[in-house]
Design a protein around this ligand. Structure first.
Ligand code: NAD
Length: 473
């Protein structure tokens, strides 16, 4: 059901869509509403009406509701993680982490209800007092992808609410159950009717009213760069504040003095964690020529030893791709890599026999001898495919690291603190790691990317407040 104006209601279309388990497509998780533009408009209307009162609820009281929500999510963590693995495919350890991020974000930002600091400052005139305060903007459209089905909605919805905005939430169609779980928590925690609304369905049909309606003041979108560009253009004529978090082609740089065991471990989880379906996935590895061959040997051996299967089994380390279309994309890039002349060092095949027959499984795949101009070195694949490139120097590694359209995350493995800090300065990304992989956000730090990954905003941390409030002096 959709959630509009405090009620669980069917779509006016009378139609639904299926949500199936990507590890076993016989497993039907449920039917969800295939909503219309009219449903989306009703949700926006409800959010606009609710805003009049919600913005006047004292921020500490708004925070109290969000503290309650955080605790409810924490109490149901295991069930939510299991639901999420079933619909999204990533392994339980990762879905527990996803739910925990929603808990942490909700606790962290609920606390902002008692801060939301502004500035007081002297005036240049006598007997004049000067200050600036944060004010909410109104209705926020929240449009999210399927790879972090509870974490990403929480990164957006919780700061929007604590600032005093109301929300219309459109989750990805691949993971509607986690969205329903999250919205039910907010309802139970005591969010008044109309303050949070949720509409499921196709991106275009439901998304267009959410990005064009005159009543919407903020659009916060996470997803592909292609759709982000459409959202940005749709929202431009009505001058909405648009916050975009988009694709990535993140790099791990391994220098000749690196701890290779540590680096291989980072590449393994950075590249193949969540089956490569993270915006921060380490899909490129640049290795110094002096340690290249040894690194490749170790990395291939570790990749081959990963246990692949249904993420609900605790022993499994890598689950399926999220959907048939995602799997097809992976397979098409494997063909592209081969045609471009890269060396397939391991993997490269769909897994189809026995326990894999009903799912979208693919082998962890490593290409070596990759030219940085190849498509597999430039384009986001969003699957378990890593491209390894050789470099001769630190400077060349930095140039290769920066040599893509995206700018989300990067990392360096080295024992040389000067090189580590120079790399941190020179990689034009929103996130940087030293001796750790490109993945792993913390809720109190700003999160986001440069270039084609983002449009200058950040989520998480107090930076999130900048998206969902504006200054009044
Ligand atoms: P997607 O762009 O296909 O979809 C994202 C959302 O946009 C979905 O809810 C979809 O229904 C909706 N949508 C589609 N068309 C729309 C339209 N015309 N108007 C409004 N909304 C529309 O992305 P996806 O496949 O769900 O997610 C994968 C992508 O997300 C990858 O590119 C990944 O890098 C990116 N991502 C980025 C971050 C980040 O923080 N930078 C985090 C996670 C995922």
């Amino acid at each position: 059901m959709n959630y509009i104006d405090g009620a669980w209601v069917p779509s006016s279309s009378g139609k639904t869509f299926e949500n199936r388990n990507p590890a076993n497509t016989d497993d039907l998780i449920g039917l969800f509403q295939k909503s219309t533009a009219e449903d989306a408009r009703r949700a926006v209307d409800a959010a606009a009406r609710a805003y009049d009162d919600w913005r006047l609820v004292p921020a500490p009281k708004r925070g109290e509701i969000l503290f309650r929500a955080a605790q409810i999510i924490a109490d149901r963590k295991e069930q939510f993680a299991r639901d999420m693995t079933r619909e999204m495919g990533k392994v339980l350890a990762e879905t527990r982490g996803d739910v925990q991020e929603a808990v942490d974000m909700s606790f962290f930002l609920a606390g902002e209800g008692r801060r939301l600091h502004g500035q007081t400052t002297p005036s240049e005139l006598r007997n004049k007092f000067a200050m600036s305060v944060r004010q909410p903007l109104g209705v926020c459209s929240i449009i999210t992808p399927w790879n972090f089905p509870m974490a990403i909605p929480s990164w957006k919805i919780i700061p929007a609410l604590v600032c005093g905005n109301t929300v219309v939430f459109k989750p990805a169609s691949q993971t509607p159950l986690s969205a329903v779980n999250f919205v039910k928590v907010l309802e139970e925690a005591g969010i008044p009717k109309g303050v949070v609304n949720m509409v499921t369905g196709d991106g275009d049909e439901v998304g267009t009213p959410l990005t064009t309606s005159e009543m919407v003041r903020v659009v916060s979108f996470t997803g592909s760069t292609k759709v982000g560009r459409i959202v940005n253009q749709a929202a431009a004529p009505t001058f909405k504040k648009v916050h975009l978090e988009m694709g990535g082609k993140n790099v791990i740089m391994i220098m000749d003095d690196a701890d290779l065991e540590l680096a291989v471990d980072g590449c393994l989880w950075g590249g193949f964690g969540t089956s490569g379906q993270r915006c921060t996935a380490a899909s490129r590895v640049v290795v110094h020529e002096k340690v290249h061959d040894r690194f490749v040997e170790m990395f291939v051996a570790r990749a081959r030893s990963l246990t692949i299967g249904d993420g609900l089994d605790e022993k499994i380390q890598m689950g399926p791709s999220n959907s048939e279309s995602q799997l097809k994309t992976v397979m098409s890039y494997v063909e592209i890599g081969k045609k471009e002349g890269a060396t397939l060092a391991c993997g490269g095949n769909r897994l189809e026999s026995g326990a894999y027959a009903k799912g979208y499984f693919h082998e962890p795949t490593i290409f070596t001898n990759v030219d940085p101009r190849m498509r597999i070195a430039q384009e986001e694949i969003f699957g378990p495919v890593v491209s390894v490139m050789k470099c001769r120097s630190f400077e060349e590694a930095v140039a290769l690291g920066n040599g893509v359209e995206y700018g989300l995350s990067a990392s360096i493995y080295t024992q040389d603190i000067n090189r580590a800090f120079a790399a941190m300065r020179d990689l034009y990304t929103g996130i940087f790691y030293i001796n750790a992989p490109t993945i792993g956000a913390e809720v109190h730090l700003p999160f986001g990317g440069t270039k084609d990954t983002g449009n200058g905003h950040r989520e998480a941390g107090v930076a999130a407040l900048e998206v969902f409030s504006e200054w009044k002096s």
